[in-house]
Structures are given as C-alpha cells and as structure tokens.
Design a protein around this ligand. Structure first.
Ligand code: RIB
Ligand code: CA
Length: 314
C-alpha cells in the first residue's frame, strides 16, 4: 500500500540549509505554505529566497511573511555563514511572484483550522511565528499532526556566541520558551545530531555535480556556506534543516530517539537560549520532546539527492 501523501507546513528562514529542506519537501510532499521568519538573514531576504525556491521547485506554494524581529531582544543574523542575502550573494534573478498579504502567524492558525489533524509542521527557523500563532490559538497543537523542530543543543554544544545555545533558539529564546512550554509533544532535531549526520564533503560535492538545474542552483547558493563549513573544522556539510526535513518526510529513518523534558533558559548571561534537557527525570515535568539522536544516514542522503532532482543518491 503506497503511503498517503504527506502534507507539510514549513516555517523557515532561508538560508542555505532551509533551501535544501524546502527542495526535499517539494520533491515528495504537498507543501501547504511556507511561513517565513527573520533569522539567518533579514526578513526581506528570507521572503525573497522563499519565493525563489518555490519557483525553482516548479510549485505554486503560498509564501507568508512573518515577524521581522525576535519577540523581545534583538539578535545578530547568520549572514557570516549564508551570505548577506542568505543565498551566497550570487545575485539570482528574483522570483516574479509576491508573498501573500496574510501574516505568517495568521496563516499557520488558519491552515491548522482548515486542515485539522492533517498538517506536519516543520519548524526550521527561530520560533517567532510559531510562538505568535500559539498565542493567537492556544489549541493549535491539537490541530497539528506532528511538529518537528530543528533547534537546540541537547548536551550544550551549540553554534552560537552563547556556547550552549543553537541559533534558532538563541535568536529568539522567548519564542522558543512559548513553544516548548505550550506544545505537549514535539520532535526535536538538535544541532549536535545535525553535526553527527553532516554530509561528507565528497558526497555533497558529488550530489551537486549533478547535471540538473536544481543541483546547479543549489551549488551556487551554497558555495559560501560550504566554504564556511570546510574552514571551520566541520567533518562535512552540516545541513541542519535538511536533517529535520528528512525526519519529517520519513520518520522510519530515525534509529535512536529519547523522550525527555526540554526547557529554555531565558536569563543566563552565558546560557540564554540554551535547551536544558532533564536527562534524569529530576524536575518532575512531563517529557515534551522526542529527541532524535541517530538516523539512517544512507536514507537521509537519498532524500537529499531526491530533493536535488537526482533519482537516487550517487
Ligand atoms: O542552527 C542551525 C539553524 O539555524 C538552521 O535552521 C539554520 O538555517 C539556522 O536557521
Ligand atoms: Ca533555518
């Protein structure tokens, strides 16, 4: 029996790894909408990048602009990884389409109400839009089939200036607190798992050597981020959002997962935005996160290849 088609709602801040995740999603699922946040770069760029990706995917996916800033405190972007425009500063021709006039948070609430129990929400950005949607509709979790979050660093090895913190959480800790404290059960793909499941550079380069237009586009926009990964001692190309998307698309590729309570530190000078995991079950709070610890790497890479328009991993 062929599995029923997956229906996704993707919150994103494209960004190079978001781009790969979004191409993967369009290659094998129905994407109800892209809701866009600021994060990797400013909102104007992340929206333009989302529109361009939809064009490259040959889709008509609605794009909704969301929050231009974190909920409380300002935060620095990640242009040093992704390029000033978020897509390697290649100067691509902008898409001819425009974003919807409907705010991302309102679109999340509306789509969940229109399609109760149907949508898998994949959160690939700072959680600002999702936090606002939760405040608008506290019953949102009851209407969403699955929530898969790319974020956090479950043993404190983050990628942010506050060392235990990961970017998506550190950019808007208050938003992450609202989501983690009010979403009873979600799946968490943290930075440390993404580092463990980096794409070996040789494999990444082979995938991008593919003849297709999608591979060529991705090779161009990811060149700066690839150089950053290689220059910063990473064992391969860390495509965090692509791993989270793979978990959303094919849950069976998860090999090891542990359910724990995860809270967000909001006040620490050195730790604001850290994901604090109750590994020993000491704080008496019910587990809220299924922490993905290991996936089937070959199946992950096959989904990446498919997203780049290659029939199977090369
Ligand atoms: O820490 C990695 C996450 O932050 C990814 O989602 C990346 O796109 C950035 O948003
Ligand atoms: Ca992202």
């Amino acid at each position: 029996m062929t599995p029923s088609r997956l229906h996704l709602l993707i919150d994103t801040d494209p960004g190079v790894d978001d781009a790969l995740a979004i191409l993967m999603a369009h290659a094998q699922a129905e994407v109800a909408a892209l809701t866009v946040a600021a994060g990797n770069v400013g909102l104007a760029h992340t929206v333009a990048n989302a529109l361009k990706l939809v064009e490259h995917a040959g889709a008509a996916t609605p794009v909704h602009a969301g929050c231009a800033t974190p909920l409380v405190l300002p935060a620095a972007d990640a242009a040093f990884v992704h390029g000033s425009d978020g897509f390697g500063d290649v100067g691509y021709v902008p898409a001819s389409t425009r974003a919807s006039a409907e705010h991302a948070a309102n679109a999340i609430v509306r789509l969940a109400r229109e399609r109760p129990g149907e949508l898998t929400l994949v959160a690939l950005a700072p959680l600002t839009n999702l936090a606002l949607a939760l405040r608008l509709d506290p019953a949102l979790p009851t209407r969403i089939r699955r929530l898969v979050v790319m974020g956090g660093a479950v043993t404190g090895r983050g990628n942010f200036e506050r060392v235990p913190t990961e970017f998506n959480i550190g950019f808007d800790p208050e938003a992450a607190h609202v989501v983690f404290a009010n979403w009873p059960q979600f799946e968490l793909v943290d930075w440390e798992a993404c580092v463990r499941h980096a794409l070996p550079f040789a494999r990444f380069d082979a995938l991008l050597a593919g003849a297709g237009e999608r591979a060529r586009f991705y090779a161009a926009i990811s060149a700066k981020a690839r150089a950053f990964n290689a220059a910063n001692g990473r064992g391969g190309m860390v495509v965090a959002d692509a791993l989270a998307m793979a978990v959303a698309l094919e849950p069976a590729l998860v090999r090891r997962v542990e359910r724990r309570h995860v809270g967000i530190e909001l006040a620490g000078t050195l730790t604001r935005g850290a994901t604090v995991v109750d590994w020993e079950g000491r704080n008496g709070q019910a587990p809220n996160a299924s922490i993905v610890l290991e996936v089937d790497q070959a199946r992950f890479e096959a989904l990446v290849a498919r997203g780049l328009g290659l029939a199977q991993a090369t």
